[in-house]
Design a protein. Sequence first.
Length: 233
Amino acid sequence: MTRYIKALSLALVAVFAMGALAAASASANDVEFHEKNGNTAGKVKFTTSGGPNVLKAGGNEITCQKSASEGNIEPPSNVKTSSVTFTECESVNAKGEKCKANSIKPKGAAGEVKTVELKGNLGESVTQAAGTIVEDLAPAKGTEFTEIEKSKCIPSTKVKGNVIGAVGEPGTLKAVGSLNFAELNKEQEFTEYEENGSEGKKVPSTLNAFGVKAIFISKQSIKFAEEILVTNS
């Protein structure tokens, strides 16, 4: 009888251990880029375009009508993007005064804002619309996206941190995708996400400009060199 109880106890321990392992695997966040054949995507190239693009912070707004960049997927769930160039940029302050806006680091022409090279990482939102597949964008090095030149309308400011946007139509195989940044209740729509493969590591949105929390609004169209699927495997 004692032998039977010991055997039963070991069996129950094994069952609980397997259950815990399965739960841990299920909770892991494995959002990845996949190719048409179902395999993890390689370093597929892409170009982006979008607009209007709006940065809001501290009563100031910078609106750029167009934007463009190029980059490539860094398997399985990251991206690398060249400097993003925003054009037809205009700033407006709390008094409603308007001026052309441009960056000074990296240097942009009049009405042009350029960023440093960017990196992106897929994951899932853990705040608004929990489980939404998102992508977090941040400078590839350091914390600064760009520095905006002072004008008679706005002071100079460094745009820093990271920002989270929703991946359009995840689970659909296509050559043209989208990444959407939006405002919700006077803050960034997605304020925190779980990093891909992190099993619980939460990363907040920390976008900052003019010394305060900032909001970025934009819809980016992404054209891949081949059909790509974003999926939570």
